[in-house]
Ligand binder design. Structure first.
Ligand code: ADP
Length: 357
């Protein structure tokens, strides 16, 4: 096993910079997830670690060894792809054994290892089948089995669950987590799915346009996003971002006004008339009460104890455990999203007062 260290890695394709300033270190045995929208450079980073891409500049270490010039097959990493990439003419057992045979491992050891791996992935009844006789989930488990059997220093997983349907994806995600706890192999996992990132990772690396936006533990990234991109990408429904103007020790949002704690004013070094974005997650927006049609908007003088905004309800989405409501903030084009209890009785067109924690 080993740590994986990237120092200032850059990769250009002709004139296009796919990734740059990529610096991070995955400690031995940890599970790190690279997450970001399509095209942000996740696969390029993973393929660079695997040796399937060459960095234009920067250094890559696995353990203490500089890997830049070392060919993929000598890197002792195992990669699992989205499309399984199994050999169709081989049985499950032969697929799992393949990497070991290539390394001319003793036959008895191969047989034992295939059996152990198959048992841990519940594939032991399927060893004689060909890939086309398996479901998508089973095929992906075989692909994982082939990677595990090699006992590599590092696992590299590129969107391994994205071809599975929802239920199977959840189950396989849980299995992956257990498997990592059992094996403790350093893992770098690529996904565009923020739920996978949150649930699997020891640390998340959020990427956008080829650059790292933030590195942190899942809860840290969720609670303290470094910028607007991270705030809106991580979390579903995404964080509300409200355009506001700082004025009179509070914020003007459309035609309304919310007060602001003195500490926050000082910390943010706000000046009169400064435009700001206010971010608040939907689970911190509470339904106060149904408003009378004639209610006045709060003004700087009304100084409500808790900041609140009046909205015109546009969308009601029952999600089972809760209802997602989206209300327009008058004077803006913004919809403020809130997650409220499924018991509340609200309708499109209602005027609601939403409290901001
Ligand atoms: P992701 O995995 O996040 O979807 P990629 O790493 O595949 O992103 O791609 C990052 C950027 O690099 C994209 O703009 C992509 O078009 C570009 N890119 C990736 N591979 C190549 C290549 N072989 N030739 C040219 N451009 C590439």
């Amino acid at each position: 096993m080993a740590n994986v260290r990237l120092e200032d890695i850059k990769r250009r394709f002709n004139n296009v910079t796919a990734i740059e300033d990529i610096t991070f270190e995955v400690p031995d045995g940890e599970f790190w997830v690279l997450v970001g929208p399509s095209g942000c450079g996740k696969s390029t980073i993973l393929r660079t670690i695997a040796g399937l891409e060459t960095a234009t500049s920067g250094k890559l270490y696995i353990g203490d060894t500089l890997m830049n010039e070392i060919p993929a097959r000598q890197r002792d990493v195992a990669m699992v792809f989205q499309n399984y990439a199994l050999y169709p003419h081989m049985t499950v057992a032969e697929n799992i054994a393949f990497g070991l045979q290539m390394r001319q491992v003793d036959r008895k050891i191969i047989r034992e290892r295939v059996e152990t791996v198959a048992r841990s992935l519940s594939l032991d009844n399927l060893l004689d089948r060909k890939p086309k006789q398996l479901s998508g989930g089973q095929q992906q488990r075989v692909a994982l089995g082939r990677a595990i059997a090699r006992q590599p220093q590092v696992f590299l997983l590129d969107e391994p669950l994205s071809n599975l349907d929802a239920q199977l994806r959840d189950d396989t995600r849980a299995e992956l987590k257990q498997l990592h706890a059992q094996l403790g192999v350093t893992t770098v996992y690529v996904t565009h799915d923020q739920v996978e990132a949150m649930t699997l990772a020891d640390k998340i690396v959020v990427l956008n346009r080829g650059k790292i936006q933030q590195i942190g533990a899942p809860q840290e990234i969720y609670a303290h996003p470094a910028n607007r991109m991270v705030a809106t990408f991580m979390g579903n429904p995404p964080m509300n971002i409200l355009p506001a103007i700082y004025a009179n020790k509070g914020f003007q949002v459309g035609e309304q006004y919310i007060s602001c704690l003195t500490e926050i004013q000082q910390e943010l070094n706000l000046t009169q008339g400064k435009p700001v974005d206010l971010g608040i997650r939907p689970e911190y927006v509470y339904l106060q009460k149904t408003e009378d049609k004639n209610t006045q908007f709060p003004t700087p003088d009304s100084q409500l104890p808790t900041p609140a905004l009046t909205v015109a309800l546009k969308v009601v989405e029952p999600l089972g455990r809760e209802i997602l409501i989206r209300g327009n903030i008058p004077g803006t084009s913004v919809l403020l999203n809130a997650q409220v209890s499924p018991d509340v009785n609200v309708r499109v067109g209602d005027r609601l007062s939403l409290e901001l924690d």
